[in-house]
Design a protein around this ligand. Structure first.
Ligand SMILES: *[C@@H]1O[C@H](CO)[C@@H](O)[C@H](O)[C@H]1NC(C)=O
Length: 416
């Protein structure tokens, strides 16, 4: 049969199907039936549902221009700029799956004194940026355009604290990576939105400020500069990073050559102070916090980007990553540090380099990443709340209901 004939045949079939299915398509469910259905079936267990981050409503925000939010969680599944193990393109999926026990009704963060999913902020899982794996230059442009678009939307709810910081009025972006190079288009977008250099707080075993010639001085192209070890070099040279307020923390990388020249060469490396993983032994987690805040300050007019390479954690805690380095922090230490930083004026954050192929069956790395995202989202919400909620790091609880204003009416299950 010639192709056109089968095409006509298909059309006829399709027509029949449409007229058959027409009846009943638009029937409206009466209100009382709807109510009954919701009572009966509108329940989720931590292990049910299509895996969005923390069971948040998933929306493909990039194709829904009228979708607004206060905080967007966005996946950046991209890993073609890594120098060692690939696989972080599967990071967003793994982190979402590992976030399953973060249900809005059961997510009161005792360390912070607030449930970020039941407070003032509308938080949406905006899905993934459909990033090409075939052309890194194009991928970079896709990510930049996506971050710029998502970060330029209107916010929904005014933070109770009011408009006293530069971040107010713009939604905050939490990116699930992806390899670490996704931070470059994110910083370009934030620089465009805030029109000033951004303070970068960078948790990582590695510097990521390396001049791309470190990888190969001879074989250079524009694209070799966009990689997961040089993006802060590029970002600094582009003037996106504030050189006097930024910090690396958790460092323990080997350096190039025969001395600590990577630290002392003039260049963007100097735009960051360096806190090493081992410093925690002398300083303790709260000493690390103090050192960071001394550097970053708490200026309400200065936007801060928090970039978390999951390899800041020890490989015993987070093996599923691209460039593991033994001797890192534990999850507990890192959570405590993050909680100590809740007053930073975070406008964006990323959790990157989760590579589930190297993770274990207990999803240790993805669980850590989901918890880090939870702590960051908690801080973003908490910073918009007027009253002092305390939490373990403010003062000890003497009132179990501190900070909880809404009734826990839709708590369906204990976290057992
Ligand atoms: C930070 O320092 C680099 C050079 O090390 C420079 O190119 C860049 O413009 C500086 N950034 C700002 C915001 O001044």
């Amino acid at each position: 049969m010639p192709a056109w004939k089968s095409f006509v045949g298909l059309l006829a079939l399709a027509g029949g199907a449409v007229s058959c299915a027409h009846h009943g398509d638009t029937e409206v469910v009466p209100e009382h039936e709807r109510e009954e259905l919701l009572k009966k079936w509108d329940q989720e267990w931590s292990f049910t549902g299509i895996a969005s981050f923390a069971h948040l409503k998933p929306v493909k925000c990039l194709i829904e221009p009228s979708e607004n939010y206060d905080i967007a969680v966005i996946g950046a599944p991209f890993d073609t700029a890594v120098s060692y193990r690939p696989g972080a393109r599967f990071g967003p999926r793994a982190i979402r799956a590992a976030s399953a026990r973060q249900m809005s009704g059961t997510s009161f963060n005792t360390r912070a004194g607030i449930n970020p999913y039941k407070s003032w902020a509308k938080i949406t899982d905006c899905g993934d940026i459909p990033i090409t794996p075939f052309d890194n230059g194009l991928a970079e442009r896709q990510m930049y355009e996506a971050f710029l678009e998502l970060g330029s939307r209107k916010t929904v709810n005014a933070a109770p604290k009011g408009g006293d910081s530069i971040g107010t009025g713009h939604p905050k972006l939490v990116t699930l990576g992806g390899d670490h190079s996704v931070a470059l288009p994110a910083l370009r977008a934030l620089h465009q939105i805030y029109q000033k250099p951004i303070t970068v707080l960078h948790f990582d075993a590695h510097l990521d400020t390396w001049n791309p010639v470190r990888y190969s001085a001879y074989w250079q192209s524009e694209q070799t500069q966009f990689n997961h070890g040089s993006f802060f070099h590029k970002a600094s040279r582009e003037g996106l990073i504030c050189n006097s307020t930024s910090a690396h923390a958790g460092l323990r990388t080997r350096l190039t050559g025969v001395d600590a020249g990577d630290y002392t060469n003039p260049g963007p490396e100097q735009g960051f102070i360096r806190i090493h993983a081992d410093d925690i032994d002398e300083l303790g987690p709260m000493g690390v916090v103090e050192t960071i805040i001394q550097r970053t300050g708490l200026d309400p007019e200065q936007p801060v980007y928090l970039s978390v390479d999951i390899d800041v954690l020890d490989p015993s805690t987070a093996p599923g990553t691209g460039t593991p380095e033994p001797g890192g922090w534990t999850t507990r230490e890192f959570i405590r540090i993050l909680r100590g930083l809740e007053k930073l004026n975070l406008v964006g954050a990323d959790i990157v380099e989760v590579s589930p192929a190297y993770d274990n069956k207990g999803e240790t790395t993805a669980l850590a990443a989901a918890q880090v995202a939870f702590e960051i989202i908690t801080s973003m919400v908490k910073s918009g709340v007027k009253e002092d909620l305390g939490g373990w790091y403010g003062h000890l609880y003497d009132d179990a209901t501190a900070g909880q204003t809404e009734a826990e009416s839709d708590v369906t299950r204990d976290e057992l």
